[in-house]
Design a binder for this molecule. Structure first.
Ligand SMILES: [Fe+2]
Length: 267
């Protein structure tokens, strides 16, 4: 059952690979998140590096219902887990990030299970510091994450540039959609607040990163499961060791690896 998205939004996501929710966060939530990003950036400036999950508002954001319930609709009511959260603000002179996608899969062979990234712009976008460019539909073409890297931050045929968004806006992106952050001048009085969280559909294993179990423990200790309702987000059993998997792939990755696949091996 759909709770937050319409059928039209679901088909738009299916076609383009992303949905924009302009001004979704109310002022109170938005301000609390900005204050927490400021606190985190001050801590980092002093050399104190704490996990993002340990901050009260940023950690709670990983199970924020207005976000997570939309993701739930996109995965069609199936279960999913939280994968990561990154947060910071960027100011004048920030570098860009060349075209890439973030769908975690070694090797890139299918899109059977959904992974989404949620891009959150607490002060919106105004054409300064950095624009978001996306290439609609690229989630339907299986390709390596760096397949478009040589184009850096260029406009490409069919690409869309997003440089005007209200504060508190979020964009939910299929993680395999190609996108880039194009550096822009300006920003002396504009902080480009940016948080991204990501979520993976259950049913296949996704590659882990070193401290994900500790991060999930902190989430549960701090009550981000919201009395158990969102405990499923912090389950690490869907993850596997990425390095071991890459070694296994390298051992069989010549010619047609499909001919070497063992029948009945676990996904
Ligand atoms: Fe990205």
């Amino acid at each position: 059952m759909l709770n937050h998205l319409t059928g039209d939004q679901l088909s738009e996501f299916d076609d383009t690979g992303f949905l924009v929710f302009e001004g979704l966060f109310d002022d109170d939530l938005n301000q609390r998140l900005k204050d927490d990003v400021d606190l985190m950036m001050d801590d980092r400036a002093r050399g104190e590096k704490k996990m993002v999950m340990s901050y009260d508002e940023l950690g709670a954001l990983t199970s924020e219902p207005v976000v997570v319930d939309r993701v739930a609709d996109l995965v069609g009511g199936r279960k999913f887990t939280h994968y990561h959260i990154h947060a910071r603000w960027r100011g004048e002179g920030e570098r860009g990030v060349a075209w890439h996608h973030d769908y975690v899969q070694i090797p890139q062979t299918n899109r059977s299970h959904l992974m989404v990234h949620v891009f959150m712009y607490l002060d919106g976008l105004n054409g300064e510091v950095g624009d978001l460019l996306v290439m609609p539909g690229t989630h339907k073409k299986v390709m390596n994450g760096d397949a478009f890297r040589q184009f850096e931050y260029d406009d490409l045929p069919g690409s869309l540039s997003i440089d005007d968004l209200a504060p508190g806006s979020i964009i939910i992106v299929h993680s395999s959609v190609q996108h880039t952050r194009r550096p822009k001048p300006g920003g002396r009085s504009f902080r480009r607040y940016f948080i991204d969280t990501s979520y993976c559909q259950d049913g296949v294993r996704w590659s882990s990163y070193p401290n994900v179990e500790a991060i999930n423990e902190v989430a549960l200790e701090k009550g981000f499961d919201r009395n158990g309702k969102y405990a499923f987000l912090y389950d690490t059993s869907q993850l596997y060791d990425r390095l071991a998997e890459r070694e296994r792939l390298n051992a069989v990755n010549e010619g047609r690896p499909v001919l070497k696949l063992a029948k009945g091996s676990p996904v």
